[in-house]
Write a protein of this length. Sequence first.
Length: 438
Amino acid sequence: MSHILDKIRLCLATYRRARAAVKRQFRPEAIIAIQNQKLGRLIRYSFESIKYYRELCENAGIDARQIQSARDLCKIPVLTREQFRARFWDFLPRELPACRLSRTSGSTGVPICILSDANSRMFNSAGVIRYRRSLGVGFAGRPILTPLKTAQEPSVKKAHWTFLQGIHKTYYVNPYVDSAENTDYAGGLLNGLKRPAVIGITPAVRTLAYKVRDGVFPAIKACAVLTTGESLAPDVRELLVSTFAAPVADIYACNEAGDVAWQCLEGAGYHINADNVIVEVLRNDEPAGEGEIGEVVITNLNRYAMPIIRYKNGDLAKLTSEFCPCGCRLPMIAEIAGRTGEDIFLPGGKVMPWNQLKSQMNHPQIRQFQLVQTVDGSLNVRYVPDGGADTSQMETLLLERYRKLLGPSVAIEVEAVEKIAPAASGKSKLVVSHYKPR
């Protein structure tokens, strides 16, 4: 009984904070005030109670009183994934509260474990309620449809009510299973839902859209489509808008910091949940200039079970000082540009950036792709063509594009495949390199 009462109290506290967060997003002075208040409290706690930060401030001569705003965070060294993994136990307090364990997807290396307490889940869920509200997903009543991440998940997963991020019934469908049983189940489910919010990781939502477009699953109109887990490419956005007849918004989130930023219906960029997280973008560990792409560094302001301060999470992004036309005054990320480690090396040591590699795959009849550089340096271009596509013509075009980009020193093979399975996390790795230059 006490467990149920604790859940009810957590939900009610979350709803109150969500209401305050909605009001606050239009008042920049209130956003800055609560951010500074949370940051000061987090820094004092971490320097006093967390071994890693206690040693850090002693060795570097940092005084907690020096850190009063986001501008002061530069006095604290950046935390890398390798440092975090090596000293995992030193980020925990002596008395650990009740926590939930999650793992990062491992898309930039070995997965790491993250502990989240009720406090961090409460504030993160309040932020979720805020952005869902702005996207037309009200606080209560709207059904949610979530496509499952991989074919290994069950074809049939029981629907259930969720309460912490609003009051909704969530339904599940698996777009990766091709059996007649799954097709019949999905058909019955989708025909019975009235304008649900489609919420899931980008590869799964994209796969669901193709199932609907190809007539395998019945057509369904959504009230909104919310994607996360991968950057949302313009062609995928267009597919989702046309398939679900609904506005599409991308949510930028990571296990280390929760829901970091979100697109509104204006689509001008990503609103940072600045009352929950501080986002920096650095080049060579210095602030990137206006409009420059750099590495994302995050500070979660609410997690006390495992404080993560100035953590370099492997993402690339670009900030902007402009505000969104929607009137919201949360600070903005102009672009989520990708992840580190998605470049390839050419003979002689030259690096070919991920964005140039991916741009060659722009084609209206390519559903999905993956670029794999083998141990000998050659490049395997794997792609899933649209039904009825002229693969011979397409492969000639792709080979020509990559020959022009990479030059004659790299062997290139172009291969049409039926599907490219996602990783266990549900995410797809677009560029994979096994080549180690000498």
